[in-house]
Design a protein around this ligand. Structure first.
Ligand SMILES: [Zn+2]
Length: 312
């Protein structure tokens, strides 16, 4: 959900880097980002098998309340921003066979070109491995932190507009589509949704699962752009009939995307625990105290909570 930042930060012009901070300081952008991420983390926790379910239920408040911490970080740190999207179409052609071979089989670090177009899929892989290590070492505060970041980047990947160059309709005369889809539509419909994700799975190949989710997300982009065209025909974006039709056309797809996100997130959490050797999760009660005070994101969250208007 770092769209507003991306508008200004691409190309790396140093002068531009000050703009998003000023802009975002006066424009809270939690919207769908916060609602969607919280929905997904909540559903992902419920989707876990035991004993992970019991452990994550105890930690649910933290995992849900901090679901958008990476977006807060992105507002303060330009280097964080590309971690929230990946645009493979910038350097390969659909269905991205060459890229899949590189990412899944050869597993190199991202190139400079790839980094320029976002590295969320590498971040997901990185945090999946970090979470495995945290589980193995029974460092419970790190488990919570890494689970939050892993969930956030994975959830962002399931939003189709986080996978394309035309992320805000700027190339097709549909400017603002990003917020209309992920903020306005989801906020309007989410109260009526109960997510029913596929069961969490232990993934034999995390990178293969990441690529599969990327492809599924990317394939849904066409529906969003087409629905927007249809809904606005003969109207303006301010027309309530536009919103009605946009929601009718895309509501089900948006819910399915969030269900995919919950299945993806819970599978990544579960896989990390399995790959760590299924450590005893009761250990956190008698071992390391779970304390998030003083962490970078906890400080950011506190400041955001203080600054957030009551209506958000
Ligand atoms: Zn994000």
């Amino acid at each position: 959900m770092v769209l507003l930042l991306r508008k200004f930060c691409r190309g790396g012009a140093s002068a531009a880097l000050t703009l998003p901070l000023l802009f975002c300081a006066s424009q809270p952008t939690f919207g769908w980002g916060r609602r969607g991420h919280e929905l997904v983390n909540t559903a992902a926790i419920r989707n876990l098998p035991e004993p992970l379910l019991s452990y994550f239920l105890v930690h649910r408040d933290y995992l849900v309340a901090h679901a958008t911490d990476p977006d807060l970080l992105a507002r303060e740190d330009a280097e964080e921003q590309p971690h929230h999207y990946t645009e493979v179409e910038a350097y390969d052609r659909y269905p991205f066979v060459r890229f899949k071979k590189q990412f899944v089989e050869k597993r190199p670090a991202p190139t400079r070109t790839e980094l320029r177009h976002g590295d969320s899929i590498w971040q997901i892989d990185l945090y999946a491995r970090q979470l495995t290590t945290a589980f193995r070492r029974r460092r419970w505060s790190e488990v919570d932190h890494d689970a939050v970041f892993l969930a956030h980047y994975a959830c962002d990947l399931t939003q189709p507009l986080h996978t394309v160059l035309n992320y805000d309709g700027q190339l097709t005369g549909q400017a603002g589509i990003h917020a209309r889809f992920e903020s306005e539509l989801v906020n309007a419909l989410a109260d009526h949704w109960m997510l029913h994700p596929q069961p969490a799975l232990a993934e034999a190949d995390v990178r293969a699962r990441i690529f599969k989710e990327y492809l599924a997300s990317y394939q849904n982009r066409v529906l969003i752009f087409a629905a927007d065209h249809i809904a606005v025909r003969g109207r303006s974006y301010a027309d309530s009939h536009y919103r009605e039709e946009f929601e009718n056309l895309l509501g089900l797809m948006a819910r399915k995307r969030l269900e995919s996100a919950a299945a993806f997130v819970s599978s990544l959490w579960y896989t990390a625990w399995v790959n760590a050797g299924k450590p005893d999760l009761q250990g956190w009660r008698s071992g390391e105290q779970v304390s998030h005070a003083g962490s970078r994101v906890s400080d950011l969250r506190h400041r955001a909570d203080v600054a957030r208007p009551a209506s958000i």
